[in-house]
Design a protein around this ligand. Structure first.
Ligand SMILES: NC(=O)c1ccc[n+]([C@@H]2O[C@H](COP(=O)([O-])OP(=O)(O)OC[C@H]3O[C@@H](n4cnc5c(N)ncnc54)[C@H](O)[C@@H]3O)[C@@H](O)[C@H]2O)c1
Length: 342
């Protein structure tokens, strides 16, 4: 079987711990060779993927460094049976096209949820405490206390809104409890008070939160949901954290609302497209604590991802069912409840 896997290029000597790389490739080289399968490792989906569409059976890529499996690509891949997400979040695959073409889309659900939850809490603190200005001054030889203190806040007593209260959203709520904050969430599938968080309607979440953290998947419903109109309804001086998907937030509207002071800051690790172009507006936007997409890519998470990808492949080769939690699309249906929310 021909399996194509996309990984970021890695220096052969440096970054020896990184498992998601062309060098380590999640240990798939020997794993697949021992089972008699052909592994093609590519490092650039846009220039290297299309020539393999015709005869590949499985494609593997991670949300950090996604191969966009579009309808057009699916139509050119008659043998494709399985798209594996080496991580969590399978929006880089056209799920409807996968469904229509009987391709299974399977991810390693749960593999990096703690990693992302920790990152989101860190982002909330970085923004509220005005850490970035304090750090900039430390590095650049300044000591302008009024400039940093003027925008520094305690987290205690604030209202944190969690949009999407699934695995990661709930872990964020649990981790925020000791800060003595009011926590509220919106999630159509979790309309009850849970894990120290109060369920509120979406409008209320948007209008009353001092900081909103996004943890819903990218779907037709959430695509560009945080547009100019919605961002304008957020509290003046509030913050937005997004470790879910970049496309949930309108790129230019966000920049505008940060620049005109309506929003006090934005942080997260997700962009659209990825890798983010050098001139992506969020790179130069003020009051932002953006990183590249790595919150769910700690070494601990990478080990869980490796184990999960191998489990998915083993089940596929042995014709055994995938773990239910991992299945996003199968048998011509969207199987994951998170991706069926209307
Ligand atoms: N930055 C990263 O490295 C990273 C890593 C893992 C996951 N993620 C992103 O985080 C998302 C959430 O991950 P998870 O493990 O918590 O998934 P999950 O499926 O456990 O939870 C997602 C929740 O979002 C809710 N939801 C779906 N549509 C919604 C809508 N329209 N409005 C409000 N809520 C909605 C679902 O009901 C579900 O409870 C993933 O889909 C992925 O995009 C990012």
């Amino acid at each position: 079987m021909k399996i194509v896997a996309l990984f970021p290029e890695s220096d052969a000597i440096k970054n020896e711990n990184q498992l998601l790389s062309t060098k380590k490739a999640l240990g798939l080289q020997s794993f697949l060779a021992n089972r008699g399968h052909e592994l093609i490792i590519i490092s650039d989906a846009e220039t290297q993927l299309d020539s393999h569409l015709e005869d590949m059976s499985v494609v593997i890529s991670s949300p950090f460094y996604p191969a966009y499996i579009t309808k057009e690509r699916i139509e050119k891949a008659p043998n494709l049976k399985l798209a594996i997400t080496a991580g969590v979040g399978s929006d880089h695959v056209d799920l409807d096209a996968a469904r229509e073409n009987n391709i299974s889309v399977v991810e390693v659900t749960g593999s990096n949820i703690v990693s992302v939850a920790e990152h989101a809490v860190m982002d909330i603190l970085i923004l509220l405490r005005n850490f970035l200005e304090g750090h900039r001054q430390a590095v650049e030889g300044e000591w302008d206390l009024p400039k940093v203190g003027n925008h520094a806040h305690d987290l205690e007593g604030k209202t944190v809104g969690i949009f999407g209260f699934g695995r990661i959203g709930q872990l964020v709520s649990q981790r925020l409890q000791p800060f003595n904050v009011k926590i509220q969430h919106f999630d159509p599938l979790n309309q009850k008070d849970l894990k120290g968080s109060q369920y509120v309607p979406f409008e209320e979440l948007v209008k009353t939160s001092d900081v909103i953290t996004i943890h819903a998947p990218l779907t037709k419903q959430t695509d560009n949901l945080f547009d100019r109109d919605l961002l304008s309804k957020m509290k003046t001086g509030s913050y937005l954290v997004n470790t879910a998907r970049g496309k949930i937030v309108d790129t230019n509207a966000l920049k505008e609302l940060i620049e005109n002071g309506h929003l006090a800051g934005y942080a997260g690790d997700v962009w659209y497209p990825q890798p983010a172009p050098k001139n992506h507006p969020w790179r130069t936007m003020p009051k932002q604590g953006m990183t590249v997409h790595y919150s769910g890519m700690t070494l601990e998470a990478q080990r869980r991802i490796e184990e999960g990808v191998k489990d998915i492949l083993t089940r596929f080769f042995e014709n055994r069912p995938f773990q239910t939690k991992d299945v996003i699309v199968e048998g011509g249906k969207i199987a994951s409840s998170s991706y069926r929310v209307k």
